[in-house]
Design a protein around this ligand. Structure first.
Ligand SMILES: Cc1cc2nc3c(=O)[nH]c(=O)nc-3n(C[C@H](O)[C@H](O)[C@H](O)COP(=O)(O)O)c2cc1C
Ligand code: SF4
Length: 433
């Protein structure tokens, strides 16, 4: 099925009232919940395991397996935390999903909570996107009003409350354990694992943390069946996902397709690279996934093939750069982001991102040397796998991969005494488009 768009999550985005309860119900919304309430909780967990759905927040951990880790009969409250903190450079799928179909997320949250025997869920939304916070709050209010939330949901005896929590806006709060600290009112910094959140999460109770897109995929799996979902995608990367194309493409936007589709196919669907230009480099899944080049146009966008190609599927945020872009400048910009967002808890990340920015800035402005490249790679070596959380590993990705593919371009900056690219040529304004 690869190569064919499969709109499920995005099927109703074009309808003017897709975000209302009425619009969602017209599209079959909340029928999966009704089915769920007539099903054994363990059977829902089994269906998710059978579907092969892997977390859509970046790491790709199997969702049903994660739910299965929640201890049963432990007498403790269980929680669901929906990770809606989306803020990785390039990643832009959860925000439109919540704007267009917030009820899909709410229905998925209710089904998930029922399955893991939780009676309280938190949707942790990035605070800067106030319009999204309001939209989700409005949808939650509608769901309470209609009896999908609160006491005795649809007469089933099942109770659930959802709290929409507004984060203060820190990339690190998207890391699941930092999110828990943030929810508890502390400064958002990652926790030591183990214990894992499924055993000791929010308020030291068993907690499932899932990405918005993962949870929004749940109603369709319950409604149409695990086999339907598992038929799409590749052997180990099942189902569909939202691919977000941005940058130098004719029609940037969200393309929902089976995992395993290739960049070449996505470019065909999106009108290709802007006229008169050619692909230079791209990220498969946001700035924390190593960049790839035009050599990789036909590599399937699934977890396994991306890893084999030396990158990661991440959040399927494809940032596309044509030959007018300076890879050193892009890498500097990404690294500045990581320096700014490092929570400071551990030395390799706090100090390493600071120094990488200094060296990259020197290189971009033609004041670096070949030795600086070795220095950068040495820094990366001392950061990768030695920091407390994956933010630091992500920070290393663009640096190492850009030197791997574009070492000569780094050196040209030094030879020419500055950046050889005209930054205006890379903009998407005016005739350059
Ligand atoms: C620095 C950092 C930021 C992250 N930001 C997000 C985020 O905004 N949204 C998200 O779903 N996962 C994010 N993650 C991944 C989460 O830690 C976690 O793996 C994910 O929410 C699990 O959900 P999933 O299994 O449904 O993918 C981030 C991880 C790190 C290290
Ligand atoms: S790796 Fe960076 S973001 Fe993660 S805990 Fe250490 S300092 Fe904080």
């Amino acid at each position: 099925m690869t190569g064919v768009l499969t709109p499920v999550l995005t099927a109703h985005w074009d309808e003017p009232d897709s975000f209302t309860l009425e619009g969602y119900r017209r599209a079959g919304g909340y029928q999966a919940l009704e089915k769920t309430l007539r099903t054994q909780q363990d059977d829902i967990v089994a269906a998710l395991k059978g579907s092969g759905l892997r977390g859509r927040g970046g790491a790709g951990f199997p969702t049903g397996v994660k739910w299965g880790f929640i201890p049963q009969g432990d007498g403790k409250p269980h929680y669901l935390v929906v990770n809606a903190d989306e803020s990785e450079p390039g990643t832009c799928k959860d925000v439109p999903l919540m704007m267009a179909t917030p009820h899909m997320l709410i229905e998925g949250s209710i089904i998930t909570c029922f399955a893991i025997k939780a009676s309280k869920a938190f949707i942790y939304v990035r605070g800067e996107v106030l319009h999204v916070v309001r939209r989700v709050q409005q949808a939650v209010a509608e769901a309470y009003e209609a009896g999908y939330l609160g006491r005795d949901i649809l007469g089933s005896g099942y109770d659930l409350d959802i709290v929409v929590h507004c984060g203060a806006g820190a990339y690190i709060c998207g890391e699941e354990t930092a999110m828990l600290d943030s929810l508890e009112g502390y400064r958002g910094q990652p926790r030591l694992k183990p214990p894992f959140p499924a055993v000791e999460g929010l308020y030291s109770c068993p907690t499932v943390i899932n990405n918005v897109e993962s949870i929004a995929s749940v109603p369709s799996i319950v409604a149409d069946g695990a086999d339907w979902f598992a038929e799409m995608g590749t052997a180990k990367s099942k189902g569909f996902g939202i691919f977000s194309l941005s940058g130098h493409v004719v029609a940037p936007g969200q393309y929902e397709a089976p995992l395993g589709i290739t960049l070449r196919e996505l470019l065909d669907l999106s009108g290709g690279i802007r006229a008169g230009h050619r692909l230079k480099f791209w990220t498969p899944g946001g700035s924390s996934t190593p960049i790839l080049t035009d050599e990789h146009l036909d590599v399937p966008l699934d977890f396994e093939a991306m890893a084999a190609a030396g990158s990661l599927l991440g959040t399927r945020a494809l940032q596309i750069f044509d030959e007018t872009s300076c890879v050193v400048r892009a890498t500097l910009r990404w690294t500045e982001f990581y320096e700014h967002e490092s929570c400071g808890k551990c030395t390799p990340c706090r100090e390493g991102t600071y120094w990488m920015v200094r060296v990259l800035d020197r290189l971009e402005h033609g004041q670096g040397s070949e030795e600086d490249l070795e220095k950068l790679l040495d820094m990366c070596d001392n950061i990768l796998g030695r920091a407390f959380c994956a933010l630091a590993d992500g920070a290393v990705s663009p640096v190492v991969s850009s030197i791997k593919y574009f070492r000569d371009e780094y050196l040209e900056h030094q030879k020419g005494g500055g950046c050889p690219f005209d930054p205006a040529a890379a903009t998407l304004f005016g005739d350059s488009r």
